[in-house]
Design a protein around this ligand. Sequence first.
Ligand code: HDD
Length: 717
Amino acid sequence: MAVRKQPRKSTSTRGKKATRGNAAERSPGKRPAAAREARGNGGELHQHAGGADATVTTNQGVAIADNQNSLRASPRGPTLLEDFVLREKITHFDHERIPERIVHARGSGAHGYFELTKSLSRYTTARLFTEVGARTPVFTRISTVAGGAGSVDTPRDVRGFAVKFYTQEGNFDLVGNNIPVFFIQDAIKFPDFVHAVKMEPDRAFPQAASAHDTFWDFISLTPESMHMIMWAMSDRAIPRSLRMIEGFGIHSFRLLDAKGRSTFCKFHWRPRLGLQSTVWDEAVKLQGADNDFHRRDLFEAITAGNFPEWDLGLQLFTEEQAAGFPFDHLDPTKIIPEETVPLTIVGRMVLDRWPDNFFAETEQVAFCPANVVPGIDFSNDPLLQGRLFSYLDTQLSRLGGPNFHQLPINAPKCPFANHQRDGHMQMRVPKGRVNYEPSSLERTDGREDPAKGFRSFAEPAGDGAKGRIRAESFADHYSQARLFYRSQTEIEQAHIAFALVFELSKVETAHVRAAIVGHLRHIDGDLARRVADGLGLDALPPAPKAAAPVIDMPPSPALQIIGKMKKTLEGRAVGILVDDGSNAATINALRKAAEDAGAMVKIVAPKIGGAMLSGRRKLPADGQLAGTPSVVFDAVALVLSRDAGAYLAQEAAAVDWVRDAFGHLKAIACDEGARAVLAAAGIEPDAGVVDAGDTGKFIKAAMTRQWAREPQVRTLP
Ligand code: HDD
C-alpha cells in the first residue's frame, strides 16, 4: 500500500517545481573564466582567484549551476552518490583542519616591514643589516604557548614572538619569546617540559594554564627553570596588548663579517608603545569578556592605521668579553644585563597589514630558527642546537609534506632554485632532464656560489671528550633569578609573590608546593617567606642543595615594567559610559582630549542603539554595557544624568563596570550624576578618580595605573 507522504512546509516540493536557493538564482551562470587555471611561461600553475563576477566552480574548474541543493533521485528521495559537486565539497571540508602546533597553537599574525636605521656592516655581511633605509618585508606571529588554537588570549603564559624576514638573500626567521630566557638548558628536556605544562593527559585540563600539579612538579625538579619562573610569574606573562610586549631572540647568535670573523649578538624587540601589563584579576575577567582580546586589539589597531612598531636592538659582544661574564652566555637561562652590554638600536619593525586569510597565512606560516642568511650564524647554545632540528621536523607533519616552503606565506621573496624535487603537493613544474648537480648536460636550477653562499663560522670544535655533558658553567641556577627579583619595583615583587601563591594554591600535592618554596629560599629569603605565608605553610621548607654558589649581581632596572613604563595614552583605549540625558559637551570634551592623547575612545551605553544626550542628540554606542565591561579599557569615564546615575546604581553591570575599573587601578572620570554608581560600588574616590569636567587631570591620570591604590583593593602577600 502506498504510504501517503505528509506535506512538510519547508522541505516538501511535492506537486511543485523544486525550488533553488537564492544564491543560485542570483548567479548569472557565466563561464568560469576567473576561476580557471592557466599555465604561465615557466610551466608554473597560476591559480586565478574568483572575483565578484566569477562563477563558482568545482576544484576542477567546472561551473556549478546549483550550490544550494544536492542531486537527488526525486524531490524527496535519496541523494545520489553520483553527485560529484556534493562529494568534492564535503570531502574538502572534512579535511579543512591541519594539526595545531604542539606549542604556540594560538597566535595572531600580521605583515609589515623592517627598516634598517643603523648599519651593522662592521659586523655582518647580511644585507638586511647593512643597507640603511632598506625595507625588508616581514610576517610576525605572536602566540601563547600552552593553550590550544581555540584557547583564550590572556592566560598567564609566555608569548611567542616570531618574525620572518623575507630578505633579498633568503628568509631569516627570528623565533623568539617575550621573555629573554627559557625554562630549560638543553633541548632534550623540551618534550618533558611541554608535556608537564600542557593539560594533564588523563583528565585533559587545565587548558592554557600552568597552575597545576604536573607543571610545578617538573619545575620543582628542574632548578635551572628558576630564573624563567621569576619572569613567568611577573606581569610580563599577562600583557595588556601584543603591541606592548618586548621580544627576544634569547640565544646568542653570531654575526659574521666578510672575512668570516664573528661577533656574538642577542636580539631584542622594544615596543614603541612601551611595555604594559594587565593586573591578574583583570586578565582573568578578560577571558570571560573577550576570548580574543589580544587578537581583536591587534586587528583593530592595524585596520585603524595605528600600526604597532618595535625597535630592534642588538647586544653585540666578543668571545673575550663573554669570557669575563660571571655566567655562560650559551646557557639560555641567562641574560646579559643591559647595564653590562647596552643595546644598539639598528632599526624598526612596523606591522601595517592584517593578513587576508587567517589559515593561509597565520596558520600555515612555518618559522624555523635554522632559517638564517649569509652573515648570521648559530652559537653552541644546546637549546638552540636542538631547535635547529625540531621546527622543520614538526612542520613536515603539521603542513603535510616537504613542499610547504612553496606556500606563499613561507616562500622566499628572492629567487630560489635547487634540485630538490617531487614530494606531496609539489607546486612547481621543473623542466628538463637534469635534476642533479653537478651536470655537464644542461644547466638547470642553479649552481653553488662560494662568493655569496652561506658559510658557517669556522669554530674550532671537538677538543674535549664526547659525552652527555652539562657544562659546569651552566650550574648556577639561582643568581640571575635573584637578580631579576631584586631588580623589580616593590609592586612588581609583590605581584610575583602573588602569582606564585595563586599558582601553587592550585597544586594539590603538598610536597610540590613545599619544594618550590625551598628553591625560592635561594633566590630571596623574603620572597620565600611571603609565598610560604600566602600558602599557609607552618614553616619554611628546606632549601635544596645549590649546585653552585649564589652570587649577588648589581640590580638591573631595565628588567622592570612599572619602573620603565611609558606614561602615555597612545594606543590605549578609553571607555565612556553614557545613557539618556548624559551631558553632550562633557562627552565631547573627554573624547577629544583622549583622542588627542592617542587613545581609541569607545562609547558604552545600556542599549547598543545609543543614548539621547542633552540637547536631544543621539549618540550611537560602540558597545552595550553588559557586553563591554571596563576590563577592555585602560581608563574610563562615566557621564550620566542624575536620573540615569540613580537607575544604573541598581544595575550590576554598571556597578561592576566602575568597581572593576577601580580595582584594576584605572583612572576614572565621573560627573555628579555618576557619583551614585561609584557610591553603589563602595568606591572611596582617590587621586585617580577625577571630575569629568577636568579633562586635563583625567588624561594625566589615565596615562598610568594608580599603583598607590593597590594596597586598598587587594591583599598582596
Ligand atoms: Fe619553539 C614553535 C619559540 C624552544 C620546538 N617556538 C615555536 C614558536 C615560537 C617558539 C615563537 C611558534 C612559531 C609560530 O608562530 O609558528 N621555542 C621558542 C623559543 C624557545 C623555544 C623562544 C627557546 C628559546 N621550541 C623550543 C625547543 C624546541 C621547540 C627547545 C624543541 C626541541 N617550537 C618547537 C616546535 C614548534 C615550536 C615543536 C611548534 C610548532 C612549530 O614549531 O612550528 O617545533
